[in-house]
Design a protein around this ligand. Structure first.
Ligand SMILES: *[C@@H]1O[C@H](CO)[C@@H](O)[C@H](O)[C@H]1NC(C)=O
Ligand SMILES: *[C@@H]1O[C@H](CO)[C@@H](O)[C@H](O)[C@H]1NC(C)=O
Ligand SMILES: *[C@@H]1O[C@H](CO)[C@@H](O)[C@H](O)[C@H]1NC(C)=O
Ligand SMILES: *[C@@H]1O[C@H](CO)[C@@H](O)[C@H](O)[C@H]1NC(C)=O
Ligand SMILES: *[C@@H]1O[C@H](CO)[C@@H](O)[C@H](O)[C@H]1NC(C)=O
Ligand SMILES: *[C@@H]1O[C@H](CO)[C@@H](O)[C@H](O)[C@H]1NC(C)=O
Ligand SMILES: *[C@@H]1O[C@H](CO)[C@@H](O)[C@H](O)[C@H]1NC(C)=O
Ligand SMILES: *[C@@H]1O[C@H](CO)[C@@H](O)[C@H](O)[C@H]1NC(C)=O
Ligand SMILES: *[C@@H]1O[C@H](CO)[C@@H](O)[C@H](O)[C@H]1NC(C)=O
Ligand SMILES: *[C@@H]1O[C@H](CO)[C@@H](O)[C@H](O)[C@H]1NC(C)=O
Ligand SMILES: *[C@@H]1O[C@H](CO)[C@@H](O)[C@H](O)[C@H]1NC(C)=O
Ligand SMILES: *[C@@H]1O[C@H](CO)[C@@H](O)[C@H](O)[C@H]1NC(C)=O
Length: 599
């Protein structure tokens, strides 16, 4: 039975309560060494914390007031920089700073070592800035930390071993932070770690063993790790989102994924996996996205994979898969890349389903008769032996306004053709004239509605043809342009680029980096190419290559190798970009360079 409080009891309680609030208001003070450290950190960059009641924080006043102590959530709000305090220490007389958010401020210079004075910090974020110098080992003193974000910065040198002292750490974001060297085993062994983003650094040495962590999310693409991927990762049974990419050497097996049945995203792209494709995927009932492209998988495509009811993106391109396509397919599976394999046989009825995106370029399909109409036209030109006008060349030059709606004639008379087809996750297009073609695979992770072309009406610098740069085709994985039916000989390939979305400094948005590789005729011609490292934003950049055509066929391949930032200025903003291509012979052609007269 509830006992009703007496009048006096209630009054006394209220009075005590009021006293407590008054004391909090008047008396609770932040530990001086923390105030000093906070002032020094913010003052350094001329910043003021706006997590207090007034937007411009009184730097000599008490920081733990207003939004810093009430229920306001400082993360993802307008409070930037923002702090949160816990004033319950010493019976409500002492405040400690528990959260500090300095994300997206374009801070420069080193991160001061006295960050280590904020010893009660649980949440620390200074990602997406331009901080340089080494990552201070004093971060290892912040043993209450639950979440640490230092990603997208300009640091140099290794990740300090001392971060391994952060035994409460659950989330660590060090993607694109500039770090290099071996990945500390003290960190890969943190048992409380649940989420780690470590892509796009220059980590070297053996791929870390994360089997002792509690990882649910691991993103670790675009480094320089040596394979193999340790088989002990089979222990990470809680993982739902696993993205590994760009392993340098040593061949890996796929056996470790067998028991990782909670996965909803599995990306093991460009990992040197040499294995037979597993036949049974039925346990992966949560799987929505599977990318095993750019490996060396052999065997057949298992029907069990095509039966998964949640799987919607499947990328198996650039392996050595053989046999024919599965006869059945779940309704959800609408994006299928099987390009660059050894597949053949006849097409099952599902290939002509509406809304299905499927790329079957560079396989061994024989396209004729009844096969001819079910897929986008021109696939016959893009099989392994490229039969269109093969050994009977008719062309000697072409130019493309990549992603562009209109034909553009440049001042030198070059006609840049329209390339306006909407291509996305697994698509290709061959011109009616069979002169050139384009093929793209990959989907922008974390940006389901991302565009695969870009448009900017800006005035572009350093070019006579600014219109040529207004559109570009962009690709999150692999984008290839082909010249077909070309007379053999040496050609000059001119590639045109301009960065339109990542602005110039000083703004946090300028910390984005788009980095990709370019192969022509299978040879790497540009590695870690960064358009904006060459020129300012909205400025034309061109690259010229002399390449041989020996089999009536030219291939220009734009490839994302996991490098560059993932999420600046927006989530899912990365990958290759090209504005225009022109190809001209270095010899006097003997062919007409005109399509057959029937067209
Ligand atoms: C950090 O704390 C130490 C003592 O704990 C103090 O001597 C030093 O001044 C503090 N540094 C800053 C910048 O507040
Ligand atoms: C800042 O706060 C201190 C005391 O907390 C006060 O004396 C001072 O006048 C304030 N300065 C401004 C500019 O408001
Ligand atoms: C906090 O309060 C408890 C009783 O409520 C008291 O015993 C203790 O001495 C107080 N501590 C401080 C630091 O005031
Ligand atoms: C990054 O740091 C290097 C020196 O380590 C410096 O040359 C470069 O300008 C910095 N970049 C940015 C964007 O701050
Ligand atoms: C922190 O980590 C370093 C390197 O791993 C170690 O030498 C040091 O003893 C650790 N410090 C504490 C207080 O645990
Ligand atoms: C990455 O590290 C390798 C080996 O230490 C070095 O050769 C290379 O220049 C580094 N790359 C970058 C971008 O720092
Ligand atoms: C698997 O994880 C457990 C803790 O969950 C750990 O004790 C064990 O050593 C791990 N096994 C391997 C092979 O890493
Ligand atoms: C998967 O789990 C089963 C049963 O727990 C175990 O016997 C097997 O070794 C595991 N396989 C891998 C690759 O870890
Ligand atoms: C990978 O490369 C490193 C250094 O380049 C070498 O030490 C290592 O033996 C190589 N591993 C394999 C499996 O080839
Ligand atoms: C791929 O695997 C096959 C069979 O194991 C092997 O013959 C071939 O050399 C491998 N290719 C590459 C590029 O590793
Ligand atoms: C390109 O054409 C499509 C329709 O075909 C239109 O929706 C789009 O706005 C055009 N884009 C530009 C940049 O003109
Ligand atoms: C083609 O270009 C290469 C250099 O890229 C040159 O060595 C070769 O002689 C050229 N061939 C012809 C037929 O001009």
């Amino acid at each position: 039975m509830l006992r009703h409080k007496s009048y006096w009891e209630t009054l006394v309680l209220c009075f005590l309560c009021l006293l407590f609030v008054l004391e909090r208001f008047e008396g609770a003070t932040t530990v001086p060494s923390e105030v000093a450290a906070l002032n020094a950190i913010l003052g350094r960059w001329g910043r003021t914390a706006s997590a207090t009641s007034s937007p411009a924080w009184n730097i000599s006043g008490e920081p733990c007031t207003g939004a810093a102590t009430d229920s306001t959530d400082i993360v993802n709000t307008a409070f930037n920089p923002g702090i949160k305090c816990d004033c319950s220490y010493d019976n409500g007389t002492t405040c400690h700073i528990t959260q500090l958010d300095l994300n997206q401020n374009y801070l420069t210079g080193p991160l001061p070592a006295f960050i280590g004075n904020l010893t009660k910090l649980q949440y620390l974020a200074f990602g997406t800035n331009a901080l340089s110098g080494s990552i201070p080992k004093e971060l290892g003193k912040l043993t209450s930390l639950i979440s640490l974000s230092i990603g997208t910065n300009n640091f140099t040198g290794p990740i300090p071993l001392e971060l391994g002292n952060l035994t409460n750490l659950q989330k660590l974001y060090i993607n694109s932070c500039g770090a290099s060297g071996e990945f500390p085993s003290t960190i890969s062994g943190l048992s409380s770690l649940q989420e780690l983003w470590a892509s796009d650094n220059n980590f070297t040495g053996k791929f870390p063993d994360f089997s002792r962590t509690s990882l649910v999310i691991l993103r670790i693409q675009g480094n320089s790790f040596e394979g193999p991927i340790p088989s002990s990762l089979s222990n990470m049974t809680k993982v739902t989102d696993l993205r590994i990419g760009d392993i340098q050497n040593g061949s890996s097996s796929l056996a470790f994924i067998r028991n990782l049945s909670s996965l909803s995203i599995l990306i093991l792209r460009n990992c040197r996996i040499s294995d037979i494709m597993p036949s049974d995927f039925s346990r992966f009932t949560s799987l929505q996205r599977l990318d095993l492209s750019f490996n060396n998988l052999t065997g057949q495509i298992p029907q069990s994979l095509f039966n998964l009811s949640l799987l919607s993106y499947l990328f198996l391109g650039n392996n050595s898969l053989s046999g024919s396509l599965p006869t059945g397919k779940s309704e959800s599976l609408l994006n299928i890349d099987l390009s660059y394999n050894q597949l053949g046989g006849s097409f099952p009825s599902w290939v002509s389903e509406q809304n299905l995106k499927i790329n079957l370029v560079a396989n061994n399909f024989v396209i004729s008769g009844s096969n001819n109409s079910v897929l986008a036209s021109g696939l016959n030109c893009l099989q392994r032996d490229i039969p269109c006008n093969h050994r009977a060349p008719i062309y000697s030059s072409f130019a493309i306004n990549c992603g562009g709606n209109k034909t553009i004639t440049s001042s030198d008379g070059t006609l840049y053709e329209i390339d306006g087809r909407a291509l996305s996750s697994a698509s290709y297009y061959v011109t009616e004239t069979n002169k050139w073609a384009v093929s793209t695979v990959g989907s922008f992770q974390d940006a389901s509605n991302a565009d695969y072309t870009q448009y900017s009406s800006s005035q572009f610098q350093k070019t006579q043809e600014p219109e040529l740069y207004q559109t570009a085709r962009i690709s999150p994985s692999s984008l290839r342009y082909y010249g077909l039916g070309l007379e053999n000989g040496n050609y000059t390939v001119m590639l045109h680029f301009a960065e339109t979305r990542i602005p110039d400094p000083p703004t946090w948005k300028s910390t984005g980096r788009r980095i990709f590789d370019i192969y022509i005729q299978g040879n790497l011609v540009l590695k870690d190419f960064d358009i904006r490292a060459e020129e300012n934003s909205l400025t034309a950049v061109t690259r010229k290559f002399i390449v041989p055509v020996t089999d009536n066929f030219l291939e220009i391949h734009f490839f994302w190798a996991g490098k560059g930032t993932c999420c600046v200025p927006d989530q899912g903003y990365y990958g290759s970009s090209v504005s225009a291509i022109s190809v001209n012979p270095d010899f006097t052609p003997t062919v007409s360079n005109k399509p057959p007269s029937s067209l």
